[in-house]
Design a binder for this molecule. Sequence first.
Ligand SMILES: Nc1nc2c(c(=O)[nH]1)N[C@H]1C(S)=C(S)[C@@H](COP(=O)(O)OP(=O)(O)OC[C@H]3O[C@@H](n4cnc5c(=O)[nH]c(N)nc54)[C@H](O)[C@@H]3O)O[C@H]1N2
Ligand SMILES: Nc1nc2c(c(=O)[nH]1)N[C@H]1C(S)=C(S)[C@@H](COP(=O)(O)OP(=O)(O)OC[C@H]3O[C@@H](n4cnc5c(=O)[nH]c(N)nc54)[C@H](O)[C@@H]3O)O[C@H]1N2
Ligand code: SF4
Ligand SMILES: [Mo]
Length: 754
Amino acid sequence: MTRTALRICPLCEATCGLSVTVDGDRVTAARGDRDDIFSKGFICPKGASFGELDADPDRLTRPLVRRNGALTEATWDEAFAAVQAGLRPLIEAHGSGSPELPGAREAAGPPVAVVLGNPNVHTVAGALYPPVLLAALGSRSVFTASTVDQMPKHVSSGLLYGDPLAIPVPDLDRTDHLLVIGANPLDSNGSLCTAPDFPGRIRALRRRGGRLTVIDPRRTRTAKLADEHLAVRPGTDALLLFAMVRVLFEEGLADVGERAGHLTGIDEVERLAADFTPEVVAPLCEVPAERIRRLARELAAAETAAVYGRIGSTTVEFGTLTSWLVDVLAILTGNFDRPGGIMFPLSATGAAPRPAGPGRGFALGRWHSRVSGHPEAKSELPIVALAEEIDTPGEGRVRAAVVIAANPVLSVPDGDRLDAALASLDFMVSVDPYLNETSRHADVVLPPPPPSRSPHFDYAFNALAVRNQARYTRAVLPLADGQPDECEIHARLILCLGGQDGADPGLVDAMVIGTALGKAAGDPHSPVYGRQPDALAQELTGRTGAERRLDMMLRLGPYGEGFGADPEGLTLDRLLAHPHGIDLGPLAPRVPGVLRTRSGAVELCPGPIAAEAARLRGRLARRPDGMLLVGRRHLRSNNSWLHNVPALTGGSNRCTVQVHPDDAARLELTDGGPARLKGDGGELEVPVEITEAVRPGVVSLPHGWGHNRTGTRLGVAAADPGVNVNQLNAGRLLDPLSGTAVLNGLPVVLTPVR
Ligand SMILES: Nc1nc2c(c(=O)[nH]1)N[C@H]1C(S)=C(S)[C@@H](COP(=O)(O)OP(=O)(O)OC[C@H]3O[C@@H](n4cnc5c(=O)[nH]c(N)nc54)[C@H](O)[C@@H]3O)O[C@H]1N2
Ligand SMILES: Nc1nc2c(c(=O)[nH]1)N[C@H]1C(S)=C(S)[C@@H](COP(=O)(O)OP(=O)(O)OC[C@H]3O[C@@H](n4cnc5c(=O)[nH]c(N)nc54)[C@H](O)[C@@H]3O)O[C@H]1N2
Ligand code: SF4
Ligand SMILES: [Mo]
């Protein structure tokens, strides 16, 4: 007997609705859900392989505990007892306290690092529990994938809008002109811009007469679709975008439009841009001055225009400045917070809109890392500093780690050093379904159930979606006997930190609900102002603590039923009654309510940005030389962890170094032959792929490979291990404001292997 069920795909930010076929206790097929209100049937090869990934025989089904040096299967009770025994003494010896509480920042907290990886934004557990865990632990040693990814955009938003989570997205479906900088949504399916069927939406833009321009050192599949492709020299986008800003002022094209009353610092931006003329930056970006001028004029002339930057604009030396320039260009051309421009989504579980006015603002560097003194950003330290925080002796040295859904041995520069550092820890716990390059160092591995047995709601991505909507899918299959769901795993982990192993994990949810309702009841702007938190909690529905929390957030959110205030509003029950989702309409203007700066306005020229612009000015005298490395994502990949799914391996998804024919001829490299790549962190031997897709002077190697370490359980991946690109990188180069590692535009030396 087969049946079908709905599941939102957790494999990328597009959040497509899947319709899966279930046969017994297995998912046997997955296709796009044509009735999904957002994705309308779109699916990619990763989503289509959902069943194979779900049933991967290498997936762990029971916890592992290290005994006499070896990881062996254990019961869940044994595993959590080992977690408490490993972490509690460190916590008791150093004391804990919430770094969010006033005064608590005086202390660094226990020497326990928390490492959060990418899939946390793709699971219900990852959205709901890590904030509670961090507050309970009170450690400042917090490291996430954000500092090898989008942290520059958070910092830019924090500075501009006073809220690091207020990230405007391109209004894809209504814009007349899309300028893409360092993103390849045809392969990545979009990021910081949730848009199922990104390729279809770009084609629709072209069909309605709109224009697409792509700035990328590679001729990507996205660049091939564009009206114009500029193969910029890696790492020089800040110069190019500043020159566009300068042209807008110089030619009288800067016009902020209706939002003028909510902006400060325009004159300062004009002054900052003064030295960056197209003629001065052209030889550095290797883009002709006249094309830069034309780009600025086109942006200003378009009826509506959106500017969008991703990995190639963030994981670079001037990542925060580039991220800021992306928004500034939209603002200066009157394309901010209006249809067809860049706009702020309004998520169903976000905070309900509040009256405009001054906010708390955004601060950087409230504390610094122990060894290198890196400033915190958004309460995080740079993940490239994790290894040194472990292997450098001294007071406050990290002695244990809680790693949730992260594989930093492959995803972060200098994995070899981190590999050794993790091996030296007194205790490490990983919440991970695989025994991989990172989790092999754990003393306890707690495997979550496969995605078919987990519910899904996109807490993170609804706040980045090009259309407001809400969808929830329950687990498709029941949990295997004794297997806790990932929410319960996180809750039990939190209890272990407090020495409460064995207590009811539901206590964690009850505590969160009590706190949140208490806060709402004391807030004059809340629909439940003055009501009894306990009575409100009684009204919540849901089968689990996590579902009750979802119900609470929906009810208190911008479209919520408000515990009776708006009977037509959203609740969990209403969402469950609409299995294909509820459309909440196109993006709508949100300024000034969305702003949280101290002035209550968009602060266009904050001090840290002006300082970065001055640093960039120092680069105007530097001539380009040498080869630069950039990354690459393949459609059938997902960072480091889909190489174990047979349906997604082989074909074009290969770990090769792409080299331009001119460079190959000069270096006497042959297609398919080996080459040696050397960076400041190490050297690798890689097969060469000669292609005009990369520009001369640039080589490209994908990340997430290097599955040749011992002690892992990744049979398919180990058969075709590839090399770890991040070993070329010592991790010394950072975007200083955000602590984000420079992964693109890294100097490398390429030589033939004789
Ligand atoms: N050179 C270079 N390096 C890069 C990048 C690049 O472009 N170039 N990209 C960077 C970016 S954008 C990112 S986001 C990072 C990603 O860096 P990480 O987050 O460290 O790496 P992932 O490969 O996504 O590993 C995710 C881990 O989560 C586990 N996992 C999968 N599903 C689940 C689940 O449901 N629950 C739990 N608990 N665990 C799960 C996987 O087994 C794996 O161990 O890599 C970065 N590294
Ligand atoms: N198939 C697949 N999809 C994924 C992932 C995956 O691993 N595989 N990972 C997911 C994750 S975690 C993320 S964060 C997103 C990332 O989503 P994207 O950012 O769209 O992904 P990339 O393919 O890395 O695109 C970055 C582009 O920047 C270009 N680039 C490099 N350096 C520069 C530069 O200096 N300037 C400019 N202008 N461009 C530059 C690269 O050539 C590349 O084409 O993708 C997500 N989706
Ligand atoms: S585009 Fe992303 S969300 Fe959609 S099916 Fe593919 S991996 Fe899943
Ligand atoms: Mo990412």
